[in-house]
Design a binder for this molecule. Structure first.
Ligand code: PMP
Ligand code: GLU
Length: 396
């Protein structure tokens, strides 16, 4: 059967693929340690679950408006005011089936063929694919460990052309954990305003921060606020990955177009999940979030220290999110079990096969000399998995 050109070019999400593979291997009885998961290992707080159950019982089982319920849009506005001092109206909010879906809808409505979207690399795997699916061209700005994986304003300026429509900013970053300071954002905002480009600010990890503070670029000044579309959702902060609720906030015309597009694809996100998300945003179970963040911090310390002791591996201390992005430059070129490692894909395969550890190779993030290790897994598993990796590289 014929496949459209659009479909022929899709690279499936490697993060989801690795996670699914590791989960299946564990189900099959294999003793695998999974560092692939991009989801909190904590359960959704009970109060949020109770609210979903109550919503079901009171009959929140029908369609809401395709772009999301008014009460959840209002809750998003409330959250933006409370957390960032930003004022938005409900017609500037669209509720989607996860932040990933919000990003997908966004690129579909802002990109034309030939347009360019600037993406600092390493980047989250779905950005480049979604931009390409919208017919636009991803333009990558390389960032390096020496600069804490952050793009400079000068780099941004020189990447902008007459075809640039948008910049994707992801702070805290998946996969590097980099967090941009207010000062750095001011410099970026000044250029975006001067060149009149949209800033897609993916703030899904805003609460998972261990050093510094999260600053939304939209708070820098009213001009950049008008150019920014904030992407966020409940997946990471409230351990609600499976609920599929995300949102976009910003320019009313763009937001309306996203809702219109959604009205012909998924229609509204699940009604009772929206109802429970109202509670999550308005009355967040703060002690649970604080406890989760401090446990992530404890694991981060251990993982960073241990990875830096493994011969051939090294990493920076990530300021946010829940990933360690480790360089394997000291491994590349070495041979294990008769196979020479030429990049992270090959190393990840060897680790899964021989060390029984699942990691995400950096290739999909635009960084083939790195692997991503998620610390959204128990301390015990982190200890076990890292000692397996250490054993593999020293004795392999
Ligand atoms: N952005 C980034 C950077 C992510 O890591 C994720 C995680 N899946 C998402 C967006 C999408 O999150 P979700 O669709 O679960 O809301
Ligand atoms: N964002 C997570 C990750 O990067 C979840 C998987 C995905 O949605 O790609 O692993």
């Amino acid at each position: 059967m014929k496949l459209a050109l659009r479909a022929q070019g899709i690279n499936p999400s490697p993060t989801l693929a690795i996670d699914a593979k590791a989960k299946q291997m564990i189900k099959d009885g294999l003793d695998i340690i999974g560092f692939g998961a991009g989801e909190p290992d904590f359960d959704t707080p009970e109060v949020i679950k109770d609210e979903a159950i109550a919503a079901l019982k009171r009959g929140d089982t029908k369609y809401t408006p395709a772009s999301g319920s008014v009460s959840l849009k209002e809750a998003v506005c409330f959250k933006m005011q409370r957390d960032h001092g930003l004022e938005y109206k409900p017609n500037q909010v669209v509720i989607c089936c996860g932040a990933k879906h919000a990003l997908y809808n966004l690129f579909q409505v802002i990109c034309d063929p030939g347009d360019e979207v600037i993406i600092p690399a390493p980047y989250w795997v779905s950005y480049s694919e979604q931009v390409a699916l919208a017919g636009a061209k991803p333009v990558f700005i390389p960032t390096h460990e020496a600069g804490c994986f952050k793009m400079t304003a000068e780099q941004l300026r020189s990447a902008i052309t007459g075809k640039t429509v948008a910049l994707i900013l992801n702070s805290p970053s998946n996969p590097t954990g980099a967090v941009y300071s207010r000062q750095e954002l001011e410099a970026i905002a000044a250029i975006a305003v001067e060149k009149n480009i949209i800033v897609v600010s993916d703030e899904i990890y805003e609460q998972l921060i261990y050093e510094g503070e999260h600053v939304s670029i939209a708070t820098i000044n009213p001009q950049i606020k008008d150019l920014t579309i904030i992407i966020n959702g409940v997946s990471k902060t409230f351990a609600m990955t499976g609920w599929r609720i995300g949102y976009a906030v910003g320019d009313a015309k763009v937001i309306k177009a996203m809702g219109d597009l959604q009205s012909h694809s998924t229609s509204n996100p699940t009604t009772f999940c929206q109802a429970a998300s109202v509670l999550a945003l308005k009355n967040p179970p703060q002690e649970k979030i604080t406890a989760m963040v401090s446990e992530f911090k404890r694991r981060r310390e251990y993982m960073v220290d241990t990875v830096n002791k493994i011969p051939g591996l090294s990493c920076l201390k990530p300021a946010g999110a829940f990933y360690v992005f480790a360089s394997i430059k000291g491994i590349i070129g070495k041979e294990y079990f008769g196979r020479k490692v030429s990049d992270a894909d090959g190393f990840a395969e060897l680790l899964l096969e021989h060390a029984k550890v699942a990691v995400v190779p950096g290739n999909g993030f635009g960084a083939p000399e790195y692997i991503r290790l998620s610390y959204a897994t128990s301390f015990e598993k982190i200890e076990k998995g890292l000692s397996r990796i250490a054993e593999f590289v020293t004795e392999g």
